[in-house]
Design a protein around this ligand. Structure first.
Ligand SMILES: [Zn+2]
Length: 287
């Protein structure tokens, strides 16, 4: 089941996806980046690479980040991006005021992340949590009652380690959040159309999830196995108690979605054979 639910905002060629249903939350800033509209030259054309990849130069990435954040925040200036060194784990960290994010203590001088984690949570205004992806699933969870936000990076390993469930449990422990107050979005990432995996991944999921069978597609005319990471993360949101109607599936596959010109709409680690830029998916509470 895929709900098309995107509000696209364009500034120059820079395109940001947003959850249409979240427009009602004036205090919430969020956005999923796409490929076009930046100054990077190493991935073909001019692209918005937002990750510190080895191919790209740091000056371009910094400029891309500046443009993207300005577009997400619009006139609300002063937000600080907090990312994490992502390690395909189920480690979730809470970013508190005293951690000094606004004073720049959670990043290096060059803007790189210092925390090691795959999930970040905060209620501090002006802190924009970001996860980088190029096929992995970005998941946002928001407690709209207490104004707490979470950004989760869920590749197959993190999904297997139940990072979304871990993230929601952490919101509950740290802020007393309740699942029925939460809304969530599963962002652009590799879809069940394109995500071929090995049998070993299928067996590992089989040992971890009783619904694992429902997450794999085995086309009758081939021996390949495809994993539906979107559904896997949706199931974790549901199991954690997030109401079904409050979960938005963006339904955009990073490997095969195309922009109007017919070019790739996203970066894709798979489709570009490991040489790809990164999207940034950010969420935060406005000042
Ligand atoms: Zn696809």
């Amino acid at each position: 089941m895929v709900i098309k639910n995107e509000e696209v905002s364009r500034k120059n060629d820079l395109e940001i996806l947003k959850v249409e249903a979240w427009k009602q939350y004036e205090w919430l800033l969020h956005g999923f980046s796409t490929r076009d509209g930046g100054v990077s030259k190493v991935y073909g054309g001019s692209t918005l690479n937002l990750g510190w990849t080895k191919e790209d130069d740091a000056t371009s990435v910094a400029e891309n980040r500046r443009r993207f954040l300005a577009a997400v925040c619009r006139r609300r200036v002063g937000s600080v991006l907090v990312g994490a060194k992502q390690i395909h784990s189920n480690i979730v960290r809470v970013v508190k005021k005293e951690d000094g994010a606004l004073e720049g203590r959670l990043q290096t001088e060059g803007g790189k992340a210092v925390l090691e984690a795959d999930g970040l949570i905060t209620d501090v205004p002006q802190v924009l949590l970001g996860v980088g992806t190029a096929d992995c699933v970005p998941v946002f969870v928001v407690d709209v009652a207490k104004r707490v936000v979470a950004a989760v990076h869920a590749g197959w390993r993190g999904t297997l380690a139940r990072i979304v469930e871990q993230g929601i449990a952490t919101m509950q422990e740290a802020y007393g959040s309740q699942a029925h107050d939460m809304v969530a979005a599963v962002g652009p990432s590799i879809g069940p159309c394109c995500y071929t995996v090995g049998e070993s991944v299928s067996s590992e999921f089989g040992r971890q999830f009783e619904y694992a069978r429902e997450l794999f597609i085995r086309p009758t005319d081939s021996r390949e196995v495809r994993l539906n990471l979107w559904e896997a993360n949706r199931r974790q949101l549901l199991d954690a108690g997030v109401p079904e109607a409050s979960i938005v599936m963006m339904g955009e596959c990073t490997a095969c979605a195309r922009s109007q010109s017919g070019a790739m709409r996203y970066f894709s680690h798979r489709a570009e054979h490991g040489i790809a830029g990164r999207m940034l998916n950010v969420i935060g509470v406005a000042a």
